[in-house]
Design a protein around this ligand. Structure first.
Ligand SMILES: [Zn+2]
Length: 149
């Protein structure tokens, strides 16, 4: 575990994020390049984004649980303009934003960008896997096409 990072240090590592007690485990996972999704001990459902109780059974026994990061693109947006982001040049190529349905559970989705893939090849149904880039000096989870996809 990367538990050596206390809450104050965590806030400093992700100045652009709104970190609270519900999502701090999620961001702490990033520092160890692990995608941690809350899983309910009551009904075993994963849910994201993090909430204080399980939206399905209302249990508050929630455990940050590492997921594989493998999934399939569910939704694609190609941004031609947007907020300034490190490594993003909207004028050069549209910036892909994808929502990926993770393989752990139907309907469990996580939104980020895609790397190592020309934007015209980003499409719904493309199998992807998790990758990590650096943004603002900290690891940032993204997706890339799965080998052989
Ligand atoms: Zn539950």
């Amino acid at each position: 575990m990367s538990g050596a990072v206390d809450d104050a240090a965590l806030l400093e590592r992700f100045p652009y994020a709104r970190i609270d007690h519900d999502n701090k485990h999620f961001y702490r996972g990033w520092l160890g390049e692990r995608l941690l999704i809350q899983r309910c001990e009551g009904c075993a459902d994963f849910h994201h984004p993090p909430k204080p109780i399980c939206p399905r059974c209302w249990s508050d026994s929630l455990v940050p649980t590492q997921v594989s990061g493998r999934g399939v693109i569910h939704l694609v947006m190609l941004l031609h303009q947007g907020p300034p982001a490190e490594g993003v040049d909207y004028a050069r190529a549209p910036h892909p934003v994808v929502t990926v349905e993770l393989e752990e559970q139907e309907g469990l989705r996580f939104t980020s960008t895609v790397v190592d893939c020309p934007s015209q090849e980003v499409r719904i149904g493309l199998p992807v896997e998790l990758a990590w880039i650096e943004r603002s000096g900290a690891p940032f989870p993204v997706f890339r096409p799965r080998a052989g996809a």
